[in-house]
Write a protein that binds this ligand. Structure first.
Ligand code: PLP
Length: 414
């Protein structure tokens, strides 16, 4: 891969690569922050682009992913599942086999390397369920950074095990008691910390979201998923897949898988949001089904908000998809028609969680179960000679207690 040109999106011949220099993907993205943060973001943008042009930086990134995280992750043919569905061949990109159990470590390694290069000594991060907090605490331990993770006090209560993990790894977990005491409030608090401490501190944002250059940078790091999948599918089947499916929280595992295929018109792409209990306000996190364009936490994108611009509450059985906005690049490709979006509700995701466990001996994260559920729907409508890749973004060990509680509850009511 070659420097600058490899960073940017190729939108087909004759059009400019995205994002533009101010971080816009068409009308989405940008950099809506205070003046203090603006200079930190400009600095980060310059440092990232310079680092990524250097083959030594990319080489170190690749080597750490190999030795420490276990990349490349396998592309696995799910034979039993394919037989049971009776349609397209289902392949799973095994991001669940990464160190710490999900794709998030890849972005954390990339940003930690960059922060070290920039001479920062401290990392801060936001976390909802705790997965990104654990990934950040992990790289902080590995590279020797001080680390503080902001987490809503409501989430701290619900995710005690991940809180313990972060502390064990040597990080400080800072409760946020503002607003709804969840992810959105943790991001606001992390941005506030950063504006006081930019000299020493890097804000390690966990998804392809927020002000420029975060969406570009996170997508660039996570594109290793799609680059590997492309190579693996070509070597196994001698051709490109017909469809890609990924779940969408902020959008990093989805854009990471999709981006290297953006210019392959035969490859269809499906981003799957959390449909929760129903598509009515407060019951879901399907931004493209129930949202409208607005500015939230530094970026212009689709947001779940009421007509006055108040952010709506969200709900999903999976904490990692439970957020009121979505990455700006996905908003752009949604409006351009390149990527299709749909949603899967709590019940269907729970069913897919069990189906994959039973047929393949793989327990998926509840987030990934949304992609699995949609992939199964899709496979049944496609002929046997077609190929689907489902991004298995994470493993489900973290979810088994919650799933067993939900299934017991269901049995009680049926
Ligand atoms: C955090 C998380 C997600 C959602 O984040 P994206 O940035 O949209 O990928 C999906 N799956 C797992 C396993 C996660 O931990």
């Amino acid at each position: 891969m070659k420097g600058e040109s490899a960073i940017k999106s190729r939108q087909g011949r004759g059009t400019s690569p995205l994002p533009d220099v101010r971080g816009y993907f068409g009308e989405f993205g940008g950099r809506f922050v205070s003046e203090t943060l603006m200079s930190a973001l400009l600095d980060l943008d310059r440092s990232f682009k310079k680092a990524w042009r250097e083959s030594a930086f990319r080489k170190e990134f690749r080597e750490i992913l190999a030795d420490y995280s276990g990349r490349p992750t396998p592309l696995y043919f799910a034979r039993s599942l394919t037989q049971e569905m009776g349609g397209a061949a289902i392949w799973l990109k095994r991001e669940d086999l990464n160190h710490t159990g999900a794709h998030k470590i890849t972005n954390a390694v990339g940003q930690a390397l960059l922060a070290r290069r920039m001479g920062k000594t401290r990392l801060i991060a936001e976390t909802g369920a705790g997965q990104h907090g654990v990934a950040t605490a992990t790289v902080a331990a590995r590279f020797g950074f001080d680390c503080r993770v902001y987490m809503g006090s409501e989430d701290i209560r619900r995710q005690a095990l991940n809180v313990f993990r972060m502390k064990l790894l040597g990080s400080e977990v800072c409760p946020v008691d503002l607003g709804g005491k969840t992810l959105k409030d943790a991001i606001s608090e992390a941005l506030r910390d950063w504006s006081r401490t930019v000299q020493t501190t890097h804000y390690l944002l966990g998804t392809a979201f927020g002000p420029h250059p975060f969406p570009l940078m996170v997508r660039t790091f996570q594109s290793v998923i799609g680059q590997e999948a492309r190579r693996q599918m070509l070597s196994r089947e001698g051709r490109l897949p017909d469809a890609l499916v990924a779940c969408v929280g902020g959008g990093s595992n989805a854009i990471g898988l999709f981006h290297p295929f953006i210019d392959d018109p035969s490859v269809r792409m499906y981003g799957i949001e959390a449909g929760g209990r129903s598509i009515s306000p407060g019951d879901h996190a399907a931004r493209f089904a129930g949202g409208s364009i607005g500015v939230l936490q530094g970026t212009r994108t689709y947001v779940l908000q009421n007509p006055d611009g108040q952010i709506e509450n969200t709900h999903s059985v999976s904490a990692g998809l439970d957020y009121s906005a979505v990455g700006p690049e996905l908003s752009y490709f949604r409006d351009s028609g390149r990527i299709s979006f749909d949603w899967v509700g709590d019940d269907e995701a729970l069913e897919a969680f069990q189906t994959l466990s039973r047929t393949e001996g793989i327990i998926p994260a509840l987030e990934s179960s949304h992609a699995v559920a949609y992939g199964l729907r899709l496979a049944r409508t496609m002929s046997r000679d077609r190929l689907i890749i489902i991004n298995l973004s994470g493993r489900g060990d973290k979810d088994v207690v919650e799933v067993s509680r939900l299934l017991e509850q269901k049995e009680g009511t049926s």
